[in-house]
Ligand binder design. Structure first.
Ligand code: NAD
Length: 542
């Protein structure tokens, strides 16, 4: 009987990143899969219980780098589907909650193995096509990070279950880590396939049932994830996938008394909106819904005068322009000392000059297109603001073209105003803004770093001076939830750098860690007395 067996959890090891060198086995397989998917005209259903529902109303999927070529479509749900999905999940809840944790773990372990193996090229190719990631960006996200989330969360789940109260005398105390009583609503962004998979899987692993609404712009890879879960043996209904109008779907989910949790990643504005709606409905719910949200960022790189110029420049290029700056952790405001700024900007120009941009199918490119037209237009509006402002000028890039795909060249703005709009607002594109400070004022400038934006997600401090690092760590204590010393502020790895920020950047529940999983349980303390008292007076009363 499985209940009587123990279970050795996976080792705390990260999935190895493949390098996709020319003519390597993984490269050839990936290219073949990419070409197949590109010409397949996929039809993506809703996943409700055992059913895959192909609705009449459909939305086309256009690769951002080839924006007139449809590669398929996904189903747009009606209100009735959302109700069906919630009710279906609740109907399987009891079974899932009572499934031994070892069995739940083995399903997600199998999902991890499927992604690491037979589904690797498919999930990477779907991410490259639908979200325009280069193979490297797809590999570290859709394959490696998702595998890490699925495996390492099992380790963290086991650690949580092992945390038990002490027993004194004739009493036994146990903490039963119950799943939440209702359902969890997972709403996920376009920019990480792994986040899509993790936000539903982490809650489900802990025994919850989940309604998953991915971003319209991650639907291709979301389909691969659902197929993997199914093949791994996840019982029907534990995770139901719904796609369509986000406001309609959300309103139905948030108007259900069984809502027990929201697992969100996306923009700050949408998250605040969800929180407001939950607040307005608070008397209707059975539980106080757990609200977990990781949201926007305005991530900084601060170069101390002692920093090495090439280290700073490389951190800016990788941190600011990988995946076209569409990482919540992407560097977007840069502080350079006047003594080194010319040198750093010079290196930056040389590095950026060698960057090419184009379809991810062409492996030489470091950058591809931004996700969709409204994002393109928004990013361009910031570039235009900089062009027309007296407080700023564009020193690198500033070109854009959406005729074939949503391409924006890596752009560097130089401003005299540390509060210039592009230093404060999240742009979510390949645009960084540099502010040059007087070397003698580096401490005062840290004060500006802390106060400039509403966000506090990631930040990097680059310095060869130990005392300055200690000072910055104290001064910027609340400026970033992930703080990097002598590195770029992006690229967190599950198990190594648990991720999340506070202030406007979210609830800082650190995805891919025990802290996050704790949000999906509601512990029950069970005290059993083996020698119960038989009369009420205490000794002091004699
Ligand atoms: P988004 O906020 O536009 O969308 C996120 C999800 O919310 C999608 O599923 C979308 O369909 C849904 N949504 C949109 N409007 C809604 C509404 N009015 N009501 C309910 N749901 C709604 O975000 P995006 O463009 O997909 O992703 C980019 C954003 O995500 C950036 O702000 C980025 O910083 C943030 N992000 C944060 C983290 C983090 O860990 N902090 C990670 C990735 C992305």
């Amino acid at each position: 009987m499985i209940e009587k067996m123990n279970f050795k959890v996976p080792e705390l090891l990260n999935e190895e990143i493949k390098d996709y060198k020319k003519n390597s086995k993984e490269r050839l397989e990936l290219e073949k899969t990419y070409d197949n998917l590109y010409n397949q005209n996929i039809k993506i259903p809703l996943y409700i219980g055992n059913e895959e529902i192909y609705t009449k109303s459909r939305k086309e999927i256009f690769p951002p780098h080839d924006n007139k070529k449809s590669v398929g479509s996904f189903s747009v749900c009606e209100e009735k589907h959302v109700h069906e999905a919630i009710n279906n999940s609740l109907s399987v809840k009891n079974n899932w909650t009572n499934t031994p944790w070892q069995n739940r773990a083995s399903i997600f372990l199998k999902a991890a193995e499927l992604i690491a193996g037979p589904y690797r090229s498919k999930i990477n190719a779907a991410t490259m096509i639908g979200q325009s990631k280069t193979i490297f960006q797809a590999e570290i996200d859709a394959a490696c990070e998702l595998v890490d989330f699925l495996k390492l969360n099992i380790v963290y789940m086991n650690e949580i279950y092992n945390e038990q109260p002490i027993n004194v005398g004739d009493v036994s105390n146990k903490l039963e880590y119950r799943p939440l009583e209702g359902f969890v609503y997972a709403i996920t962004p376009f920019n990480f396939t792994a986040i899509g998979g993790n936000l539903c899987a982490s809650a489900a692993l802990m025994g919850n049932v989940v309604l998953w609404k991915p971003s319209d712009y991650q639907m291709y890879s979301a389909k691969v994830i659902m197929d993997v879960f199914k093949e791994a043996g996840l019982p029907a209904g534990v995770i139901n996938l719904i796609s369509g109008d986000p406001i309609m779907i959300t309103d139905i989910a948030l108007n259900d008394p069984n809502l027990s949790g929201i697992h969100f990643t996306g923009s700050t504005e949408v998250f605040k909106n969800l929180w407001t709606k939950v607040g307005a409905n608070i008397n209707m719910y059975r539980d106080y819904p757990r609200i977990v949200g990781e949201t926007g960022g305005k991530d900084f790189i601060f170069s101390h005068p002692s920093a090495k110029s090439k280290v700073v420049s490389t951190a800016i290029v990788r941190g600011g322009f990988e995946f076209q700056g569409q990482k919540c952790s992407a560097a977007s405001r840069i502080y350079l000392p006047s003594s080194k700024s010319d040198e750093i900007i010079g290196i930056l120009k040389t590095q950026i000059d060698s960057i090419t941009m184009g379809s991810p199918r062409d492996f030489k490119h470091f950058m591809t297109a931004v996700i969709h037209e409204s994002s393109f237009d928004k990013i361009v509006s910031y570039i235009e603001k900089a062009k027309s402002s007296e407080e700023a000028k564009i020193i690198i890039g500033g070109e854009y073209d959406k005729s074939k795909g949503f391409f924006i060249s890596p752009t560097v703005i130089l401003t005299k105003n540390p509060n210039f709009i592009t230093m404060e607002e999240e742009i979510f594109g390949p645009v960084v803004t540099i502010y040059v400070y007087d070397d003698n004022n580096w401490k005062e400038t840290l004060e500006i770093v802390d106060k400039t934006s509403i966000y506090a997600l990631t930040g990097a401090f680059i310095s060869e001076d130990k005392d300055s690092i200690d000072y910055a760590l104290k001064k910027l204590r609340y400026s970033a939830g992930n703080f990097y010393i002598n590195d770029k502020p992006s690229g967190a790895v599950v198990g190594q750098q648990p991720f999340g920020g506070s202030r406007g950047s979210g609830t800082n529940d650190k995805a891919g860690s025990k802290l996050n999983l704790l949000r999906w349980v509601s512990p029950r303390l069970i005290k059993q007395n083996f020698n119960p008292p038989v009369d009420y007076p205490y000794p002091y009363m004699d």
